[in-house]
Design a protein around this ligand. Structure first.
Ligand code: UT7
Length: 336
């Protein structure tokens, strides 16, 4: 049976570290509040004075690292799937920009997935389907975000601004060559659009004419709007639910998981999900203290770091889970 295996992973984060104290100089917040409520100590931002970069630039660097790690040449790639909520342009999406920047041959398909924190899992599901039916043999999946140019650095936006960071990560996927049970076991995707308003950037909108006017910016709707409490409440239910769904489908239990890599949204969410699944500390990966929430990049970034830190070895069971805007959520089980 052909399964989808990870041939390589990589990531890129900007060098500039922004601490909680740095943010406290710009608006009313504190290191203590941010650490207590989120577990975040610092995050990376594009250095706008030194080297302005878009999400496609970060994604391209992460993709290069993943290709190198996989030992796959750019002209072997036969599909690019790109997850982001912060594409460089309104259209076209970043997928085609990365294709051109990487010099992946013209004609290779490239597309964007707009599923925010669940973008990587939705992309993985598509890559897995393409690979298992034999449509493509080398799929590049990228998750990349530049949040720092789209946040409100003022008291009004503080609840959202403190949680996000910039970053990118990528993986190269392909079919397993031997039938040894390794690879993606299953991916489970969910959405509930009734909650679209709970976490969104509503402006500019194609439902407004004219689409973009100076007065339209006065309420701050060009910045992320979040009902943090409600997002939190749903996240701690939906993520464990999706993990149990994946485990049940594969006749496995939480004890079988070597490493659980949740979307890095808030350390308190991760802790609560861990408790609900009865996982031990060494079964759970967290890097939120240093990167904050990098949305579509969060899971592949954590995955790449976990692999390189030796926390995942061949044959280990890896579990991924996400929850975010949409609402969208999901899980995946991988026999590494
Ligand atoms: O990536 C997936 C999508 N996002 C998430 O998963 C985020 C889910 N939600 C959360 O992580 C949390 O709801 C937050 C971290 C965003 C907020 O934490 P909270 O414990 O839910 O705080 P809160 O919104 O209830 O605010 C508590 C207090 C409020 O003050 P009062 O009304 O009690 O006086 C806020 O005004 O904290 C205040 N506050 C802040 N204070 C200092 C809100 N943001 C800040 C801040 N610094 N940055």
């Amino acid at each position: 049976m052909t399964r989808t295996v990870f041939l390589g992973t990589g990531h890129y984060v900007p060098e500039k570290v922004v601490t909680n104290d740095d943010l406290a100089k710009m608006f009313d917040t504190s290191d203590e509040w941010i650490q207590q409520r989120t577990g975040i100590k610092e995050r990376r931002y594009v250095d706008w004075d030194k080297e302005p970069l878009g999400s496609s630039d970060l994604g391209t660097r992460a993709a290069k690292a993943a290709l190198e790690n996989a030992g796959v040449a750019k002209d072997e790639i036969d599909c690019i799937i790109y997850a982001t909520l912060s594409s460089d342009r309104v259209f076209p999406g970043d997928g085609v920009l990365v294709q051109a920047k990487l010099e992946v041959p013209a004609g290779v398909p490239a597309f964007d997935v707009r599923n925010q924190c669940s973008g990587f899992l939705y992309s993985l599901a598509m890559a897995d389907a393409f690979i298992r039916v034999g449509t493509y043999r080398r799929v590049l999946v990228v998750g990349a975000e530049v949040h720092s140019s789209g946040l409100e650095f003022a008291d009004r936006g503080r609840e959202v601004t403190v949680i996000f960071g910039d970053g990118a990560a990528a993986c190269v996927l392909g079919p397993s060559e031997t039938d040894d049970g390794r690879g993606v076991l299953s991916v489970h995707l969910h959405a509930d659009g009734r909650f679209a308003h709970e976490l969104q950037v509503p402006y500019p909108s194609s439902a407004k004419f004219p689409r973009l006017v100076p007065e339209g910016l006065k309420d701050g709707n060009q910045y992320p709007q979040m009902n943090g409490k409600n997002v939190f409440k749903h996240a701690v239910v939906r993520m464990p639910e999706a993990v149990v769904e994946a485990l049940t489908k594969n006749k496995l239990t939480p004890k079988d998981i070597k490493l659980f890599i949740p979307h890095q949204a808030n350390q308190r969410i991760t802790d609560m999900v861990q408790r609900r699944l009865d996982l031990s500390d060494d079964q759970v990966f967290s890097n939120i203290a240093h990167y904050g929430n990098t949305t579509a990049a969060s899971i592949p970034l954590a995955l790449d770091q976990a692999v390189k830190a030796g926390r995942i070895e061949r044959g280990d069971l890896v579990c991924l889970a996400s929850f975010g805007a949409g609402f969208t959520w999901g899980s995946a089980l991988i026999r590494w």
